[in-house]
Design a protein around this ligand. Structure first.
Ligand SMILES: *Cc1c(COP(=O)(O)O)cnc(C)c1O
Length: 474
């Protein structure tokens, strides 16, 4: 056994080999030496645990180690072509940014920025001044604040306005969004006390009225973003809650979720609350996400009455939830596009994808299908199907879409899906009836070439290993 161990080349010898030498030049001497040591330690462990193992030649070992280090050097966060059809896929990072937002981030990222300095006066300023005026202009609210996400906006708002006191919520609106967000838990984390009223399917304004007492701090309405209560069902209209709040001097907080800034009915999306409409109906505070239907960076937006916003931004949690310069830059650029709804539709990817007519998707699919079939990896058929907006938005509505349905003689749909997921660029589709569907609803046309190339890459042997090669000496 010790003889076998002696056959393992030294770190110094391995570093002289061409593949590792070139890796040192590309990455760093220390990173490569560390990688070689870890690989050799692993190899020694395996040799000691087994008998009859042959150590590969020094050059083969060097090749394997170089490949292994190269894989570990890949960025953990990798770009993905989203062919799931789900426009706001939380697992894939929700909304892609507009070119203007990307340019704004790019311009700010490398240097310093006027985050909290008013350049005209040289004085210290508030962090959100840059976007507050855009948000108030677009929603008609008096004031605005921006935090890390909508969950943060909810915790902060409740902590600032209702800690230790009761907040009335309908039993039909105690939402869960993607497991880690459950409204009752979010509320208890804020220190506010949940006062449930009504039933799962019916809650009337009179139920809220009957629950108001000395310790009531606010009325919270929550948009049921990812489900719908249908049938024998009733919700109190926002205007009734506003009237009730006014009578008892209680703020009405409206968590609208997606944060549509414009009416999305022309895009075939019904029932999504629009931030400005909620403000106009009299909600004292309106909360929404920046990276859902708004189509911007991840953030949570709070708009509403100045007195409430002032209390909110002074709360100590504000500092814990504040956004960085990159988010502010991307959000400002995204909001600027909304000053002209046509510009918004043209430039904000989520809106452009929503607005794409079915015929455009079909034309692209018919162009791409022979290109994909020509790779020899799979046969691509053009089919019509349905897709979802997703991201906790628009539960019951589907959009018509066009997909490339891939089948392969040699591979199951799941194998094809795995190979594309681990390819470069990574492509994520969906499986239906043992076919891999690549849904063009969520693929911007600028990714068409890359999509075909990703399939083409699977035609080459040893393309895109699904996992790092094991340091297996056998
Ligand atoms: C999505 C959603 C949230 C959570 O928003 P994040 O930005 O993901 O934190 C909260 N409330 C509603 C109604 C939502 O739809």
């Amino acid at each position: 056994m010790s003889n076998v161990l002696r056959n393992i080349p030294s770190v110094r010898e391995l570093l002289e080999s061409p593949p590792l030498k070139s890796l040192v030049n590309r990455v760093s001497h220390n990173v490569v030496v560390g990688g070689v040591r870890r690989f050799l330690d692993d190899l020694r462990g395996q040799v000691q645990g087994t008998t009859g193992i042959n150590i590969p030649s020094a050059s083969e070992l060097a090749e394997r180690i170089a490949q292994w280090i190269a894989v570990t050097e890949q960025q953990p966060l990798r770009p993905v072509i989203n062919a799931t059809g789900i426009l706001l896929h939380t697992g894939l990072g929700r909304a892609p940014l507009s070119d203007a937002a990307i340019a704004a981030v790019d311009a700010i990222a490398a240097g310093y920025a006027s985050v909290e300095v008013d350049l005209a006066s040289g004085e210290r300023s508030q962090r959100v001044v840059a976007v507050e005026s855009l948000l108030t202009r677009l929603t008609g609210a008096e004031a605005a604040a921006v935090v890390n996400n909508n969950a943060g906006a909810t915790v902060l708002t409740l902590a600032a306005l209702a800690a230790g006191r009761k907040v009335i919520v309908s039993r039909g609106q105690l939402i869960e969004i993607g497991g880690s967000y459950r409204l009752p838990e979010v509320m208890s984390a804020s220190g506010a006390v949940l006062r449930e009223v009504g039933t799962t399917n019916k809650t009337r304004a009179s139920d809220y009225a009957a629950a108001i007492g000395e310790r009531t701090a606010a009325i919270l309405r929550v948009h049921t973003s990812n489900y719908k209560v249908v049938g024998f069902a009733e919700e109190a209209p926002l205007t009734d809650l506003v009237a009730l709040g006014r009578r008892h001097n209680l703020p009405v907080i409206d968590d609208i979720g997606s944060g549509a800034l414009i009416d999305l009915v022309p895009y075939g999306i019904r029932g999504e609350p629009v931030a400005g409409q909620s403000v106009a109906a009299g909600a004292d505070l309106v909360l929404f996400s920046g990276d859902k239907l708004l189509g911007g960076p991840q953030c949570g937006i709070i708009v509403g009455r100045r007195t409430h916003i002032e209390r909110i931004v002074k709360h100590p949690l504000m500092r814990a939830l504040r956004v960085d310069k990159l988010t502010l830059a991307a959000l400002a650029a995204t909001l600027q596009a909304y000053r002209d709804p046509q510009l918004a539709e043209r430039s904000i990817p989520v809106l452009s994808l929503l607005a794409t007519p079915l015929e455009n998707l079909r034309n692209r699919a018919e162009r791409l299908s022979p290109q994909i079939s020509a790779t020899g990896v799979a046969i691509a058929e053009v089919i019509e199907d349905e897709s979802y907006v997703g991201g906790g938005s628009v539960p019951s509505q589907t959009m018509k879409t066009i997909c490339l349905a891939l089948t392969s003689k040699s591979h199951q749909a799941a194998q094809l899906a795995a190979a594309l997921r681990t390819g470069k660029p990574a492509v994520v589709g969906r499986i239906k009836d043992n076919r891999l569907l690549l849904d063009l609803r969520s693929v911007a046309p600028k990714f068409d070439v890359a999509l075909v190339e990703a399939v083409q890459a699977l035609a080459r042997p040893h393309a895109a290993p699904a996992s790092p090669p094991e340091p297996n000496p056998a």
